[in-house]
Design a protein around this ligand. Sequence first.
Ligand code: MRU
Length: 350
Amino acid sequence: MRTVFWDDEANLVKMIDQRQLPWAFAVVAWADYKDVARAITEMYVRGAPAIGAAAAFGLVLAAQQSQAAHRDGLLQDLETAATILNAARPTAVNLAWAVARLLRVAARPDLTDVHDIRAALLHEAQTLADEDVALNRRMGFHGAELINDGDTILHHCNTGALAAVDWGTALGVIFAAHEQGKKIHVLVDETRPRLQGARLTAWELQQRGISFDLIADNAAGHFMRTGQVNIVLVGSDRTAANGDVANKIGTYKLAVVAKENGIPFYPVVPTSTIDLNLAHGDLIPIEERGMEEVLTVFGHTIAPTGITARNPAFDVTPHRYVTGIVTEVGIVYPPFVKHLQEAVKQASTP
Ligand code: MRU
């Protein structure tokens, strides 16, 4: 089952409720685009490509909810919905990328009738979702070149089928290497505070029968320094034009320790996650989530009452720590400023 999809019969957006995994597998359905925006903020759906697809289907809902009888009224309603969806989470650029892609379709001059605009939006959202699955497969294929038989891979957060429409990014590379028959082992960072590694990555690897151990985030440096890691694979929520990579909080620390120990560090990044409008990573908006995520674990307070906490959800890894970036058009190496631009161009050339 796909992580996020459109139910044609019910005219609803459906998604796996990732907040309940691994304890329960539940699918939630939304009829209102505002609920889709809330589902993104509250992380029913998370992971950059999955958020993008969810927002695209959210706009399809917005078009259906609109009472407008004429093109201009519908486009106005879609702009309102786009603003609300775009504000759901700030760091993953796939959200704005998907919303902009659908708005461009809605504004096509040949679409004058509201019914045609609604149909075109649904078609575009479906295409975007299908493309996501296909390009993740291609990234997996390219990235698997980097994995040798017997390798141990360090992985952070969740970048699998749950983080995309299906298959995944960094975890997709691991699935591809496993499919090719390579004997691999994965060290899974638990990824505090939301525990995407412990809850979601461990669940996905277990389902596929891939060998892994869950580790506390704090153990990663030990495993790298003692020669127990061959390669670090992560995803990205936004990669700037110069190759600086924003990803789940804790990624920067991994990259620095990897470089110190001569371990290759590869983000796996669809070109939809590359933001050529931003010259460097310091321009990437970093989401800061509520302090209760740090102060509590599954509803239990883990610190003295009345204290404060900080909870940045992402950090930026400067490109000097990045060995290469796996994309759907191949592996990009420095100088990233030149080669990322070429990759984006190649990906958008039919
Ligand atoms: O806060 P999350 O769970 O949405 O963060 C997800 C990540 O950081 C992933 O590594 C990223 O989205 C890229 S993988 C598809």
